[in-house]
Structures are given as structure tokens and as C-alpha cells.
Ligand binder design. Structure first.
Ligand code: NZQ
Ligand code: ZN
Length: 388
């Protein structure tokens, strides 16, 4: 196992009714609150009314910041920071999924920082020497795990770059997670978020070290949990047990715990982020298209782990199969699961144009943690194989 330091500063309040029970208490000390949310699902689901009532009863001044889009832009971050400064906001309350949480993390820094946060923190890693605005989150869709880390993925539309950075100072102070809030998530988004969870685990699992380590064991249990509970939630979207497990699987996948001692890959994330920067495609859908093809490119370089994946995650019996055949059977099982979920399987279906592939491939960051480091030429090959 590699050396590591572990800390996670976010306090989680999990379960049915947690917002009603804890929100007033958690916002004590802040009079003016920036309520950040997305395109309106919280108004349709009733979550907005519930939160407004709690905040108004507690005597808060609520400054609304709606309209945070999927794949949040740097321009939106700047607009949020400007509003927070102008209105003397003391705390940000982000209500939504990864996009709302990530945008709010960047706003929490931009509102307190005089320079350009893109140039100094996202274009390259920086050192945060200011105290960002306090941030609390209320999660409404399971997927990114952004509720329990300092990661924020932002799209700079002008530069056509979508990139994430993880600063511990941007961890939310608290995360309220009521699984019943996810009941209204459309199935297409539920499965894309579900695949994002699986991807976060696989991107960590398929990396050195391969020798016995507790993170790999936890990850096998988590992957099986995601697969099992997604199947249940597809059948019954209001299954509390399945929704709870998925919500916590998402947090467990990205609260940094499973990454301890692991090198981590995230090459598929690097590729998907640039597909997103050019086409605004859905994050989980992009990952679903890329993963099986990418794994067929690298499985020989991490063969023992791909064999383990086939046997321990998908329960495939060896029955005389060679290591290579077993590894490929595991990847085939993953591809079949993607089809079972109804996720897209081609870049064409995502709305990517063939003539864009070369430019997008050249813009992708290369992960040092992959079993085999990609070249831009190989990324282009992967994109072409994914095209149709
Ligand atoms: O915008 P509204 O109207 O709220 O609708 C949203 C949005 O259309 C809808 N939704 C959310 N909760 C709902 C609901 N609809 C009905 N009922 C509810 N309860 O879901 C749609 C997608 O929301 P979004 O936040 O965009 O999805 P997700 O959570 O998948 O976040 C995606 C973003 O997070 C980044 C992605 O790249 C992408 O930009 N990521 C962030 C990470 C992190 N911070 O650690 C890691 C990830 O790998 C990822 O890159
Ligand atoms: Zn992801």
C-alpha cells in the first residue's frame, strides 16, 4: 500500500427527515444565505418550499441563485460570486447534484478571492490562502459524491476546457442527505448517476497496487452494491433501501476513503470531461460509452485485476478459461450491464460529431495512474471505436 494522509472535514446528516431536523441548527450564525440550485427540479419536487420555510422561520435573509446548469460554467461561478459579494452573503446552501455543489464550491472561493480563480486554481493547482465562504449542501441526486470532498469540476467555455481540482478547504461544512429526495430523479439521470458511482470505483480499483489492500476489498463490495441497488431502483424508484444504498455508495466512492493507498487512474474521466467541454454531454452517459472500450485497450497491462473483477464482482466462473478470456468476460459483463441500464453505447448517440474527435482527443489530459499511459493517438483510436 502507498503512504497516505487522510482527513475528511464534512459532517454528514443522513436519512429520511434530516433536512427538517437539522437545517435550522446548521445555519445558525449566518444571517444571509445564498440558496444555489439548478433548473427548477427542487421547485417541482417540493424540496424548495420545505427549505424556504425552514430558513424563513429561522429569520434568514435568502438570496436566490437559481439556474446552475449541468456542466457548470466559469461564467456562472463569476455571476454567483458577484451576487454573494454584493449581498453580503455569509453562507452558501447548495441544493442539487454535482453541478450545483461544484459550482457552489467555486463560488465559495471566488467570493473571497480577489484574483482570477480559473487562472490560479483550475488552470493549474494552487494554494488556497483565503477562507472560502462556508458551504452546506443538500443532495438531491446520487452520483458524483461531491458532497463529501473538495472537488469541483468547472467548464471554461471560452477555453473549451472542463477540469476538476480538489481542495480540502472546499469540502462542504455539512451535507444533508435524505434518500427520499432522490425519488423524483428521472430514470435516465438515475442510471447515469449510478454509472458515475461505478466509474469512480472502477477508476480507483483498476490501478496499482494490485497486491492485497483493504481499498480493493471495499471497492468490490461497493461495486456489487451499486449494481444490485440500481437494478432494484430501476424496478421501484421509491425503494428506500435501494435509494439509501445508492446515495451512500456515491459518497463512499468519492469521500477519498477508497483512494487511500491507491494510485488511481481517472483516464476515462479526463476523456469524458473534454467530451463534455466540446459537446455538453451528460457526465455519466459519456463515461458509460468510454469504459468498456478503454478497458479492452488496457486489460492486458492490469490482467490480474481484470481477472479479479470478473470473478469477484460479476461472479464469472473460470471453467477452464484463460486469464485473458476471463478478463474479457468481465469487461463484456460490464458492457451488458450498461445496455441493461439503457445507457448510450456510442459517441454518436451522445451527440458528438465525428469531425470533432481529433481535436477533442488532443485536448485530453493524460493520466499518470493508468495501467498503461495513453497517448493522444490512442485516445483518438478509442474515440473512433466508440463512435458507432
Ligand atoms: O437542474 P435541475 O432542474 O435541478 O435538474 C437536475 C439536472 O437536470 C436533475 N435533478 C437533480 N436532482 C433531482 C433532479 N431531477 C428531479 N428530481 C431530483 N431530486 O438532475 C440533472 C443532473 O444534475 P447534475 O447536478 O448536473 O448531475 P450530477 O450530479 O451527475 O453532476 C454532474 C456534474 O458533476 C461533475 C460532472 O463532471 C458534472 O459537471 N463531477 C463532479 C465530481 C466531484 N465534484 O467530485 C466528480 C465527478 O466525476 C464529476 O466529474
Ligand atoms: Zn464522475
Amino acid at each position: 500500500m502507498n503512504n497516505f494522509i487522510f482527513q475528511n472535514s464534512t459532517r454528514v446528516y443522513f436519512g429520511k427527515g434530516c433536512v427538517k431536523e437539522y437545517l435550522a441548527c446548521l445555519t445558525k450564525g449566518a444571517n444571509t444565505i445564498l440558496l444555489a440550485y439548478g433548473g427548477g427540479s427542487i421547485k417541482r419536487s417540493g424540496v424548495y418550499d420545505e427549505i424556504i420555510e425552514i430558513l424563513r422561520d429561522a429569520g434568514k435573509t435568502v438570496v436566490e441563485f437559481p439556474g446552475i446548469m449541468s456542466n457548470p460554467t466559469y461564467a456562472k461561478v463569476q455571476a454567483g460570486a458577484k451576487l454573494a459579494r454584493a449581498r453580503g452573503v455569509e453562507m452558501i446552501l447548495a441544493v442539487g447534484g454535482g453541478s450545483v455543489m461544484d459550482c457552489s464550491k467555486a463560488i465559495s472561493l471566488a467570493a473571497r478571492y480577489d484574483g482570477d480563480i480559473w487562472d490560479n486554481f483550475w488552470a493549474r493547482p494552487g494554494v488556497i490562502a483565503v477562507e472560502p465562504l462556508p458551504l452546506g449542501v443538500i443532495v438531491t441526486v446520487a452520483g458524483t459524491g461531491s458532497e463529501c470532498n473538495g472537488g469541483a469540476v468547472i467548464t471554461n467555455e471560452e477555453k473549451r476546457v472542463k477540469t476538476g481540482r480538489d481542495y480540502p478547504q472546499l469540502n462542504p461544512r455539512f451535507a444533508l442527505m435524505d434518500p427520499t429526495y432522490t425519488y423524483t430523479v428521472p430514470q435516465s439521470q438515475m442510471v447515469s448517476g449510478g454509472f458515475d458511482i461505478l466509474s469512480h470505483i472502477m477508476e480507483t480499483y483498476f490501478s496499482e497496487p494490485n497486491r492485497d489492500n483493504v481499498s480493493d476489498d471495499i471497492m468490490e463490495a461497493l461495486m456489487k452494491s451499486v449494481i444490485r441497488n440500481l437494478r432494484v431502483a430501476m424496478e421501484n424508484p421509491r425503494d428506500y433501501t435501494a435509494r439509501s444504498n445508492l446515495m451512500w455508495d456515491a459518497t463512499m466512492a468519492e469521500n477519498r476513503l477508497i483512494k487511500m493507498g491507491k494510485r488511481c487512474d481517472f483516464q476515462c474521466h479526463n476523456m469524458e470531461h473534454q467530451l463534455g467541454a466540446y459537446t455538453n454531454c451528460n457526465h455519466g452517459c459519456g463515461l458509460a460509452v468510454l469504459h468498456p472500450v478503454y478497458y479492452r485497450h488496457i486489460y492486458r497491462d492490469g490482467l490480474p485485476k481484470f481477472v479479479r473483477f470478473a470473478e469477484n464482482v460479476w461472479g464469472i466462473a473460470r471453467k477452464g478459461k484463460s486469464d485473458e478470456a476471463l478478463a474479457l468476460a468481465g469487461i463484456d459483463a460490464l458492457a451488458a450491464f450498461i445496455r441493461e441500464l439503457g445507457l448510450p453505447t456510442t459517441l454518436r448517440a451522445l451527440g458528438v460529431r465525428q469531425e470533432q474527435l481529433n481535436e477533442i482527443a488532443r485536448s485530453c489530459a493524460i493520466s499518470p495512474g493508468s495501467y498503461r499511459q495513453m497517448t493522444h493517438e490512442e485516445i483518438l483510436e478509442i474515440f473512433q471505436e466508440c463512435y458507432q
